[in-house]
Design a protein around this ligand. Sequence first.
Ligand SMILES: NC(=O)c1ccc[n+]([C@@H]2O[C@H](COP(=O)([O-])OP(=O)(O)OC[C@H]3O[C@@H](n4cnc5c(N)ncnc54)[C@H](OP(=O)(O)O)[C@@H]3O)[C@@H](O)[C@H]2O)c1
Length: 253
Amino acid sequence: MIDATGRPQSVLVLGGASEIAQAIVAGLVPGRCRTVILAGRPSERLEAAAAAATAAGADVVETVAFDTTDLAGAPAAVTGAFERFGDIDLVLAAAGALGDQAELEADPLAAADLITTNFTGLAAALLATAASMRSQGHGRIVVISSVAGERARKANFVYGSTKSGLDAFSQGLGDSLVGTGVGVTIVRPGFVVGRMTEGMDLAPFSTTPEAVAGAVIKGIESGAEVVYAPPVLRWVFAVMRQLPRAVWRRMPG
Ligand SMILES: NC(=O)c1ccc[n+]([C@@H]2O[C@H](COP(=O)([O-])OP(=O)(O)OC[C@H]3O[C@@H](n4cnc5c(N)ncnc54)[C@H](OP(=O)(O)O)[C@@H]3O)[C@@H](O)[C@H]2O)c1
């Protein structure tokens, strides 16, 4: 159960090898999170994430095969994890890919695959999560969206639109769960320095996985519905959303 200070004892990560998710897990385990289930595509990176959770002091650490492009398998993996581990306090949906906008525009199938990865498959997994959490009567679902979903930019509108969809879905999911004991926290990071953004020029208000993790853990503890990382982006994007289209479309890549 999530304790009085809002700290979960168990977490299921969808996208278990994500750098941001690993930083969140690293922050949760010393808090009193004893069980860490890392769902992801089998890889050395996923095993390394499991080893890091064990080294941080978690009692039970397991990996589960999970691929958001497997539309039947992704929700089944979530349901299977709840059946196997019983009570899960926190589900962290971190799976996602950025893609290359030019390549995606040239290859509609690749674009459809990214949309499935970031939105369709994850949405199916989140519905399975909500059903299991509704049955247990408590829990928190944290969904890593992005400020890229606040308003699609021509420089990355395929990725941005997947995050808009995921964000809208998660808002509706959260509203549908009010009164069930289950809450949804949507996280909107800006540019996070790491594997996903490797080789890219730093964007204004760039942050790190550790700083995002700090903001997310604070959000979990307070039951926040939306977390911006860094927090100033809430106000930056309140303005960005209002810019005229003619100005917005001149935003640099
Ligand atoms: N980095 C940023 O600047 C930034 C900013 C805003 C939002 N975000 C979002 O934050 C989340 C975590 O990103 P990150 O920065 O931690 O990047 P990351 O380390 O690359 O993590 C992304 C994770 O998603 C997993 N994934 C990709 N496709 C998948 C699929 N089909 N099925 C299951 N898992 C899949 C990857 O698995 P593999 O290890 O198997 O590749 C990887 O572990 C993502 O949703 C991302 O969109 C990131």
